[in-house]
Unconditional design. Structure first.
Length: 95
């Protein structure tokens, strides 16, 4: 919750929330088992000018249910983004 509040306050200030700040917020949500919010932030990044990276996806994968992690992994493979060994390890640990 604190990470989301900070991210929101960045939008209202002169600071611009970038991909790195979104990655940290996604990771914080995942650690707190708020996987729905982590996925919303990832979706927002896809819809905004921000490019989600492997780090963005991996941060979301580590906190979500196994079926959703498999879907994210499959989506990463279809994008030009690709996957890495951590993507597979995080998905396997969710199963």
């Amino acid at each position: 919750e604190n990470a989301l509040a900070l991210l929101s306050s960045m939008d209202r200030s002169v600071l611009e929330a970038d991909a790195i700040s979104h990655n940290f917020a996604i990771s914080a949500c995942a650690k707190a088992a708020h996987w729905g919010t982590a996925l919303v932030l990832l979706t927002f990044m896809n819809q905004a000018i921000l490019e989600p990276s492997i780090i963005s996806y991996n941060s979301a994968i580590k906190g979500i249910e196994w079926d959703r992690s498999l879907a994210l992994l499959a989506g990463m493979g279809q994008d030009s983004l690709g996957t890495d060994s951590r993507s597979y390890a995080l998905t396997m640990s969710a199963c």
